[in-house]
Ligand binder design. Structure first.
Ligand code: FHN
Length: 452
């Protein structure tokens, strides 16, 4: 080889080495976050596991038509108004000029959540209609394009911090508005020509970067609408590594087509929880996520409280939705239910927060949760929905020594009498239930349930 060639080869080799080193450090940075130990993961998940109860907020332009279009009802959930009503972008987009929620008060919303006993708030930064509730330099279809012109995410995240709740972002991958998002809706006339899904992912990544860098610490990135493509098309690994590099403590759900930190059953409570996985049931209080003026099918507080206990007894979290109106108010029926849930939790929260799944199958009268008090004492919480009419509350299959039982609502912790027959423990309770919905009896036992 002459001198000229040797020079070229060494320059090439050197450049190759630089590229290799660059890739290596980048891959290293991206994979580091996945290499956490079980202990590190537990530490990262701790606040979320303890929290058990959070508020979901679906809010956007769809709160203006509120389940109708041009005076006609639109079927389905409110936030799907654009799709279900087959409303072309040029008709739907001008809603942004009407979005002016004069009654929006971030502190009031956060206080409602806090008083309800909720520990975190997950809000739609962008839903499937593509409208962004935050100030994004990558979109003109955002809150700054409305007469309101206030960054709602900023106000809410500041308020959450002031009141000690975790701020979390819902973000829709599905986007009916962005020109590069594919596929088009079946009913649309927009052409798909020139659209480029990969370019859409660049855009999504830019917006996610804004969301995790401009608003302080974010608890959860709650993806949704990933079902139209596989993880590879979403560049899910790259997106996740990017988010985790920017906020190493962030918790990510399973809806970008990769399992990540927790599962998200929707409108249902899995029969036996999800063994081996963290999970969170999200649920509406009526039939819609986004506000619909004619949806009055509210679940009762009793139902919601028993669902909360059921979920906790299976080791999950409850993310309960509110759909504020166009002027920025959480509907009154939601406020009432949340207040009542909060009242119950003020007395009985210990039986929910920081507990783990029941060691036993659900008894006929209700549910169990549990907590290790010391190495040697386990506290069982007996959530009694159906009060016994013979003054005997039966705990079946308990081989451990029972130390002490009392009502969680009893500040004096007066001991309830107990008797046993083998593995059957009888707790002697008064004729009337202390709480009509869920009376919690605390039962301290020796060892872990099932140990003698
Ligand atoms: O399509 C959405 C729906 O509008 C809502 O946001 C729920 C909440 O979990 N998620 C999607 C359906 O899975």
């Amino acid at each position: 080889m002459d001198n000229k060639w040797t020079k070229y080869v060494s320059i090439l080799a050197f450049a190759g080495m630089l590229v290799f080193l660059f890739l290596l450090t980048n891959i290293q940075a991206q994979t580091d976050v996945f290499q956490e130990t079980g202990q590190e993961r537990d530490a990262r998940m701790e606040w979320w596991r303890d929290a058990r109860f959070g508020m979901f907020i679906h809010w956007g332009l769809y709160s203006i038509p509120a389940g109708e279009w041009k005076g006609r009802p639109v079927r389905g959930v409110g936030e799907w108004n654009m799709d279900r009503g087959q409303i072309p972008i040029e008709d739907y987009e001008p809603l942004k000029e009407q979005f002016n929620p004069a009654m929006f008060d971030a502190d009031r919303w956060v206080r409602i959540a806090k008083e309800a006993g909720m520990k975190y708030i997950v809000i739609t930064t962008k839903h499937h209609d593509g409208f962004c509730l935050f100030d994004s330099k990558y979109s003109d279809y955002d809150i700054m394009a409305t007469p309101f012109k206030r960054d709602i995410m900023k106000e809410l995240s500041d308020a959450c911090r002031r009141h000690g709740l975790k701020m979390c972002w819902y973000h829709s991958i599905l986007d009916w508005h962005h020109p590069d998002y594919l596929p088009r809706r079946g009913w649309e006339t927009r052409t798909a020509e020139g659209a480029d899904y990969d370019r859409y992912i660049d855009h999504m990544k830019n917006q996610l970067t804004e969301l995790v860098t401009n608003y302080g610490e974010i608890g959860v990135l709650w993806f949704d609408g990933g079902w139209e493509h596989e993880a590879g098309m979403h560049r899910a690994e790259e997106i996740i590594a990017h988010l985790r590099n920017l906020q190493p403590s962030i918790i990510i759900n399973d809806r970008i087509q990769l399992p990540q930190d927790f599962n998200t059953p929707e409108q249902e409570i899995p029969d036996t929880g999800i063994p081996g996985r963290d999970w969170e049931t999200c649920m509406t209080m009526n039939n819609t996520w986004g506000f619909k003026k004619n949806d009055h099918n509210w679940k009762s507080t009793e139902d919601l409280l028993q669902k909360l206990a059921d979920i906790a007894s299976k080791g999950g979290n409850f993310l309960l939705n509110v759909g504020p109106t166009a002027i920025g108010e959480i509907p009154q029926p939601s406020i009432e239910r949340l207040k009542e849930m909060g009242d119950w939790l003020k007395v009985n929260g210990e039986a929910v927060y920081g507990t783990s799944a029941s060691p036993f199958e659900a008894p006929a009268w209700g549910r169990y949760t549990q907590k290790a008090l010391t190495d040697n004492i386990t506290r069982l919480y007996l959530h009694v929905f159906d009060w016994p009419n013979d003054e005997k509350l039966i705990v079946e299959g308990l081989s451990n020594e029972a130390k002490y039982a009392f009502f969680l609502s009893d500040a004096d912790r007066r001991q309830l009498g107990m008797s046993r027959n083998g593995n059957l423990l009888v707790i002697h309770v008064p004729r009337r239930a202390p709480d009509a919905v869920n009376s919690v009896v605390v039962l301290d036992i020796v060892g872990k349930p099932g140990e003698k």
